[in-house]
Design a protein around this ligand. Structure first.
Ligand SMILES: Nc1nc2c(ncn2[C@@H]2O[C@H](COP(=O)(O)OP(=O)(O)OP(=O)(O)O)[C@@H](O)[C@H]2O)c(=O)[nH]1
Ligand SMILES: [Mg+2]
Length: 197
């Protein structure tokens, strides 16, 4: 698949702000600063479609991007952002849960983890949660340019083990810097949209 058109069609903090049609959706989740917005820009081949920042906590809303007029990629606000107050963390939790729990068109949630780090307790919890709801199955290991080719397999296996991935789950190393791996993810998304599991 080639993304020819990508538009921000909704920015939401609550349900009545979500798009109302029944287009299918693929969401991106992961800790703040992991590279969700950068990945979206790479997939869409657009520099500034989603805002990217060196400081965590850039995306604070649920952002819906319509792709090729056909489906949506949903950029969720990142978790694990240390500077948030307790009430902001609670708000985040409610916002994410209300989206993930009852979104009819949601096909899959791609979980992003930084290739260099052992997934955090929150990453593990999130993946368990996705598994429970049947939304698991695709993990993207971001910033793959930060590890050498030789070390790649080692880092990938740590992620697999920590998130307790099953053999059918796929893990895709991606670098937005080197522009690699996104084509594999796009193929997966295409497969899902065509009705694959
Ligand atoms: N080296 C390298 N840096 C990356 C890569 N992807 C993202 N970054 C950098 O990581 C930082 C965070 O990227 P974002 O895309 O804003 O992360 P995010 O997950 O959307 O963060 P929040 O919106 O806070 O949840 C930015 O400085 C990016 O330039 C990558 O593949 N390689
Ligand atoms: Mg972001």
């Amino acid at each position: 698949m080639i993304i020819k058109k990508a538009d921000l069609v909704a920015v939401a903090v609550k349900k009545d702000q979500y798009p109302k049609d029944d287009k299918k959706e693929i969401a991106f989740v992961g800790r703040s600063n992991v590279g969700k917005s950068s990945l979206l820009n790479l997939l869409a081949n657009r520099k500034n479609l989603a805002r990217v920042s060196g400081s965590p906590g850039k995306t604070r809303t649920i952002n819906f991007y319509e792709i090729n007029g056909d489906f949506r990629i949903v950029d969720l606000p990142g978790y694990g952002y240390a500077k948030l107050s307790k009430s902001e963390i609670e708000k985040w939790g409610e916002m994410i849960e209300s989206y993930l729990q009852n979104r009819e068109g949601l096909l899959k949630v791609v979980q992003l983890v930084d290739i260099r780090h052992v997934p955090s307790a929150q990453d593990v919890q999130m993946y368990e949660w996705l598994r429970y709801y049947g939304l698991d199955g695709i993990v993207v290991a971001t910033k793959s340019d930060k590890v050498s080719r030789n070390q790649m397999a080692k880092y990938i296996s740590i992620i697999k083990k920590t998130l307790a991935l099953s053999p059918e789950d796929i893990i895709i190393p991606v670098s937005t810097l080197k522009r690699t791996g996104h084509d594999v993810l796009l193929d997966e998304i295409e497969r899902l949209l065509e009705g694959g599991q």
